[in-house]
Ligand binder design. Structure first.
Ligand SMILES: Cc1cc2nc3c(=O)[nH]c(=O)nc-3n(C[C@H](O)[C@H](O)[C@H](O)COP(=O)(O)OP(=O)(O)OC[C@H]3O[C@@H](n4cnc5c(N)ncnc54)[C@H](O)[C@@H]3O)c2cc1C
Length: 483
């Protein structure tokens, strides 16, 4: 089934509870803080369901059509099809939605390619996982995830010694019909627009943190679950904050207060090691973060395009040093494109019978993206100079004939009329300097974990034996020179 945008919006009116400060939001599809981004998500569903995009955005299996990001690849061409579908979603949202519907779905698809990893204890967790994958793709579900314990709450001893509740989400009871979970997880991006929250542990747990070692899927409207959103980036109008207006996917703490989860939706339980390994012993992490790479690529194209437009608008594009800078930006965009295509060309036959993006190249791109976002944004910031603050506070000047006349006369340049300039610089500011931009800076640094976590993935996957052998061969090829 391919869900339409209208159907998705209807699904979001399900009694979910979202707090912004002490304001309770009952309907994210109509509340001014959320409705524009909700429409953006709906537009993704419409684009997927449009018959014109059928081949690019979906695949057929057993007489049904499913979103392409549920495809379990068996050939490099399948990997290409996945990449093109991610790209279509990322391009239409300019790479601004980190957790678009294809992100967590790609994780679950990757896990379902190696369900044997989930075999643990007496419960049929592997079957649960496979059934959940089939359920997700059949219903075209949108899942967000919260897979990190809250900051500063990673040492349960502190709370236990002081007789305080441990804030980290854990299993508090279990029975014949399922488990009960309580506590918090950070920081489910886009959960307010999703159907389900995947709860898990992407960073290692200590062996004694067994009750926190739970992986399960919970509907966003589950009784006892509340989403505590950060401040939403309220934009007065689209013109003045074009990115925040459409693309504030929001980030929420997931608070569970005695939330019941039926056994069928539990995938890992009481196994601190396995809770993390499900992501790396299956293609989950690779499929999910390939999507992140492709999404970032779309954003980088916007950065490069705007940088050149800004340089043209000030006339700086005529300066050789500025052209050189633009050339460097274009080279960086092409570098990422190469890293993404390379993940497909150097594909891996893993697990048995399936195709997976090259893990090392994927992690290298992830590291590159994490390290490069600040310098990339800084280039755009530098090219913009004070232009962003020469502009009136609001496009409202256009509504006052006298102000409009002055604005159009004095703010124009040989390169651009005044209205085009304010439009360009308002967009640039939303990418380099607004609150929305600041959140994106933080997102790009942390979405896959802090930088040391990303580098550890690269360390883990590196063929050290081969590197050592290579170095040792050279060392062995000469000895002490004769006296
Ligand atoms: C905008 C945004 C959206 C997010 N969305 C999601 C989401 O959808 N789902 C989700 O599960 N999580 C999400 N996260 C959370 C993200 O996974 C975490 O921020 C990330 O894992 C880092 O954890 P932390 O923020 O607690 O930082 P910490 O682990 O506390 O690290 C902070 C800093 O401390 C230093 N540091 C700490 N420990 C070490 C160490 N061992 N070695 C070296 N340096 C260290 C580093 O400088 C590090 O950058 C999001 C985060 C942000 C900012």
């Amino acid at each position: 089934m391919l869900r339409s945008g209208k159907e998705h919006l209807e699904r979001l009116r399900d009694g979910r509870i979202v707090y912004v400060g002490n304001e309770r939001i009952d309907d994210v599809t109509s509340h001014p803080l959320f409705r524009n981004a909700a429409r953006t998500v709906a537009a993704i569903y419409d684009m997927k369901a449009d018959p014109a995009n059928r081949e690019r955005m979906s695949f057929a299996e057993g007489g049904e059509r499913y979103s392409m990001y549920f495809l379990q690849a068996r050939t490099p061409e399948d990997l290409r099809r996945r990449m093109r579908a991610h790209q279509a979603i990322a391009d239409m949202t300019y790479g601004m939605l980190g957790r678009s519907p294809d992100h967590v779905a790609s994780f679950v698809t990757g896990m379902a390619m190696n369900p044997a990893v989930f075999v643990s204890g007496a419960r049929p967790f592997a079957e649960n996982l496979s059934a959940y994958y089939r359920h997700m793709r059949a219903q075209d579900l949108y899942a967000a995830y919260a897979v990190v314990p809250p900051q500063a709450a990673r040492n349960p001893d502190f709370y236990v010694k002081q007789n305080l509740p441990v804030p980290t989400l854990q299993v508090v009871r279990e029975g014949d019909d399922g488990i009960v979970i309580s506590g918090m997880k950070m920081l489910a991006t886009a959960a307010v627009f999703a159907d389900e929250v995947w709860i898990g542990n992407l960073i290692p747990l200590a062996p004694d943190q067994v009750k926190q070692a739970v992986t399960c899927a919970v509907p966003v409207n589950a009784k006892g679950l509340t989403l505590w959103s950060r401040q939403a980036f309220a934009a007065a109008n689209e013109f003045d904050s074009p990115l925040a207006w459409r693309f504030d996917e929001t980030d929420s703490m997931v608070m569970c207060d005695d939330v019941k989860v039926p056994w069928e939706r539990v995938f890992v339980m009481d196994d601190a090691l396995l809770a993390r390994e499900i992501y790396i012993r299956t293609p989950a992490h690779c499929y999910g973060n390939h999507q992140s790479n492709v999404r970032y690529w779309s954003k980088l194209k916007l950065i490069v395009g705007l940088a050149s437009r800004v340089a043209q608008s000030t006339g700086a594009d005529q300066v050789p040093a500025v052209r050189e800078l633009l050339g460097r930006l274009a080279a960086l965009e092409a570098t990422l494109a190469g890293m993404i295509h390379g993940q497909i060309e150097a594909w891996e036959t893993w697990p048995e019978g399936y195709a997976t993006f090259n893990r090392r190249l994927m992690y290298a791109a992830l590291n590159w993206c994490t390290e490069m976002y600040s310098p990339l944004i800084d280039i755009l910031r530098e090219l913009s100079g004070g232009g962003v603050f020469q502009m009136p506070a609001s496009v409202g000047v256009m509504h006052d004939p006298q102000l409009r006349h002055l604005f159009e006369s004095y703010w124009q340049t040989p390169q651009l009329p005044a209205l085009d300039r304010i439009k360009l610089f308002k967009l640039v500011w939303d990418l380099v300097g607004s609150e929305f931009a600041g959140r994106h800076l933080q997102y790009e640094k942390f979405y896959a974990g802090a930088s040391f976590i990303v580098r550890n993935h690269n360390y883990r996957e590196a063929p050290w034996d081969a590197f050592h052998q290579y170095a040792d061969d050279l060392l062995a090829s000469y000895g002490v020179p004769e006296a």
